[in-house]
Design a protein around this ligand. Structure first.
Ligand code: AMP
Ligand code: MG
Length: 336
């Protein structure tokens, strides 16, 4: 089954065709990040306008790259939420119209669920698994027992991990998005961090995350040591990686699975990857981290998630629109 995936929840307009949830046939993506950079972040109206201009050519190019025509597509999957409302509206409305014209079903996909399916493009999924999603807007740790069955174990109570890196980068005068810039700057610094930063403790049983205290401490650090930018960047990166790994390891104590899946833009970070892979090797857990092109927002993951949702009997009704906010737990019905 060939599914056309469409992603427009933030600043990337993306389309991809995926066969049977696993095999990428063709993809195209246009990011408005350079335009957004002028504003220091994503401006919702700017993102929506860019999607409106880009979505049709991006879909056409993805089909061209796959050497496919409209009649070769069996269904459309689109990010239905959560995300920027105006941005989602463009993708959802376009997908519904296209599905109507092509007389095929349309499936609305949860953006975070889609991030997890980036792993299905790398290898056949194995359950049960622990799943860690770390992106610009979300930090979520879940127990994934099978397709359609997931239990959210912890999420951020304030800023997302990517947001903490983005804000930290801004304090260092680095451009948006800040995560890759922090990584680049930190690469020149070896050894333990010069400035140990606080990692939120939210009680012994909690698997939630909190990055707002870290942000405040980092702000203070940059004021006190303006000449130690690389050391500060490395300290911030280490603190974020430590916070993520600590909860993952804690979750593993309660749910001793043999598979861990990572997803989201921040998992492009090589330091995080190294830490999780090393831990996996010592704990006897297989770790899958999709390549960066599948970690950041893309449409192949949307098409893959759409395939498995379709298998579960999901489709989007004619009167449905974007869903935002939309809690991940609400999508994943059913017990463990
Ligand atoms: P997403 O929301 O999934 O599109 O991911 C975007 C987020 O990932 C932003 O906060 C980026 O700063 C962050 N990001 C992207 N690449 C890296 C990297 N190499 N290291 C750390 N964070 C990154
Ligand atoms: Mg995302």
């Amino acid at each position: 089954m060939r599914i056309l995936g469409i992603e427009s929840s933030c600043d990337d307009t993306a389309a991809a065709i995926v066969e049977d949830g696993q095999r990428l046939l063709g993809a195209e993506r246009l990011s408005s990040v350079l335009l957004q950079r002028r504003f220091g972040g994503v401006v919702p109206e700017v993102a929506a306008r860019e999607h409106a201009m880009a979505v049709l050519p991006v879909v056409q190019l993805a089909l061209e790259r796959a050497s496919l025509r409209a009649r070769d597509v069996d269904a459309i999957a689109v990010t239905q939420g959560p995300g920027l409302l105006g941005a989602l509206l463009v993708g959802v409305t376009f997908a519904k119209a296209l599905a109507l014209a092509w007389e095929i079903p349309v499936i609305g996909v949860h953006h975070l669920e889609a991030h997890l399916y980036a792993n299905a493009l790398v290898e056949p999924l194995r359950f049960p698994a622990l799943a860690l999603i770390v992106s610009g807007g979300h930090t979520t740790l879940s127990y994934w027992s099978e397709h359609g069955k997931l239990l959210v174990l912890g999420a951020t109570r304030d800023d997302a991990a990517g947001e903490a890196l983005d804000k930290g980068a801004r304090l260092l005068g680095l451009p948006y998005p800040g995560g890759p810039e922090i990584e680049k700057l930190a690469r020149g610094v070896a050894g333990p961090p010069m400035f140990p930063l606080p990692i939120a403790k939210l009680g012994t049983s909690s698997l939630d995350f909190s990055f707002s205290g870290l942000k405040t401490a980092f702000e203070e650090l940059t004021r006190r040591h303006p000449d130690k930018r690389a050391e500060a960047a490395q300290s911030l990166q280490e603190a974020v990686v430590e916070a993520l790994c600590r909860n993952l390891e804690r979750a593993f104590e309660r749910y001793p699975v043999s598979q861990v899946y990572l997803a989201g833009g921040v998992t492009a970070n090589q330091r995080l990857a190294r830490r999780v892979i090393d831990w996996g090797a010592s704990a006897g857990v297989a770790v899958c981290i999709p390549p960066p092109v599948y970690c950041t927002d893309n449409a192949a993951m949307v098409a893959s998630a759409g395939y498995y949702r379709h298998q579960l009997g999901d489709s989007m009704g004619p009167q449905e629109g974007p869903k935002t906010p939309w809690a991940l737990q609400d999508v994943w019905v059913g017990g463990i």
